[in-house]
Ligand binder design. Structure first.
Ligand code: GLA
Length: 328
């Protein structure tokens, strides 16, 4: 038994998923692989990168004090997919951990496919979103799991996080997408949950942010809540505009929207860091660069850049790949 799950980079649309907004990530050519044997009644996992042996019986309830602690992810997945068998497997990955490239969602999907292969991708993504929340206690959205569960080779996934509709959008081959690692981070203990709460507060005032007009956002008195809402409403529009620009060959326009997205995440949503702001500004000044932005939850992680092929930048060039699956 061998399962494979890619990481993802989000091209645009951050901190919009948990208010039913729009996102445009793509699965990337970095993978977590789970390889082993189907067994009767125990789940046993080891990893190249994480210490210890995770072991528990099939059907065991999830406990947050699981040791080693990375076993929380495995136990959360197992508690949600109702496995009919055990597995003894080893995990390896080429996705940097804690870098905002969804190594945890890839882990969840790789383990899920090792335990079951009869749940369709959207249903599985919803279960794996719950697994992530159960394992970390962070109220994360659906973007990462749905992208990794549904991606297609050569395509980005334009996701409507309200209907869970996924449109597969061709990523042009005459641009490079480059990811640069900035700093390790974890969303546990970060202000991520505060942002989710602030968006909910905005929605109590003006209704669903997905439907809100900028004019009603501007009527919010509390300056912090107004800024958070302004980011979400303008970011949803940027996702639409970016998709149109990218698919019509207007790469400068697409890049300008990425840069705007970064500024909004930094100034209005307050999830960037000084270091990330500095790197984005200096990358955007390099000839051949269309645009650059932080990607994912923020507070560290990675920067993603759209540029002319062959532009020399720090980091690594990524390609859009297909969804998590059982490889044999
Ligand atoms: C993390 C979460 C996602 C999403 C992004 C921000 O990656 O897991 O659900 O909210 O942050 O866009």
């Amino acid at each position: 038994m061998r399962t494979v799950a890619p990481g993802r980079v989000n091209l645009i649309g951050d901190h919009t998923d948990y208010t039913g907004g729009l996102v445009f990530p793509m699965a990337i050519d970095r993978w977590t692989i789970c390889e082993g044997e189907i067994t009767d009644d125990h789940i046993t996992m080891t990893s190249d990168d994480l210490e210890g042996v995770v072991q528990f019986p099939v059907g065991a309830p999830f406990t947050a004090d699981m040791q080693p602690s990375w076993g929380r992810y495995i136990a959360a997945v197992a508690s949600l997919v109702n496995p009919q068998h055990g597995v003894t497997a080893h995990l390896t990955t080429t996705i940097p951990v804690g870098a905002g490239l969804s190594s945890s969602a890839a882990l969840e999907l790789a383990v899920a496919y090792a335990l079951t292969d009869d749940i369709e991708p959207t249903a599985l993504a919803l279960l794996m979103q719950q697994a992530e929340q159960r394992a970390t206690g962070v109220p994360t959205g659906i973007m990462d799991q749905l992208c990794i569960a549904s991606a297609r080779q050569g395509m980005g996934t334009l996701i409507d996080c309200r209907s869970l509709d996924v449109q597969h959008v061709e990523i042009p081959t005459d641009v490079d997408i480059v990811v640069q690692f900035i700093a390790h981070r974890t969303l546990e203990g970060s202000e991520y949950a505060d942002r989710v709460r602030e968006c909910a507060q905005a929605e109590e005032l003006i209704g669903p942010l997905r439907d809100a007009a900028l004019s009603s956002v501007m009527s919010i008195e509390d300056d912090t809540i107004k800024r958070r809402a302004r980011h979400v409403v303008t970011e949803n529009q940027r996702v639409v505009d970016f998709t149109r620009a990218l698919t019509s060959g207007d790469y400068s326009g697409a890049g300008a929207l990425m840069h705007e997205s970064h500024r909004s995440l930094s100034a209005d949503f307050a999830v960037s860091t000084q270091q990330m702001d500095d790197v984005v500004e200096s990358i955007c000044a390099i000839p051949g660069v269309y645009g650059s932005r932080m990607t994912g939850g923020g507070f560290g992680g990675c920067i993603v850049t759209l540029c002319q092929p062959g532009t020399v930048l720090e980091g690594w060039k990524v390609k859009p790949v297909s969804a998590a699956h059982r490889a044999d």
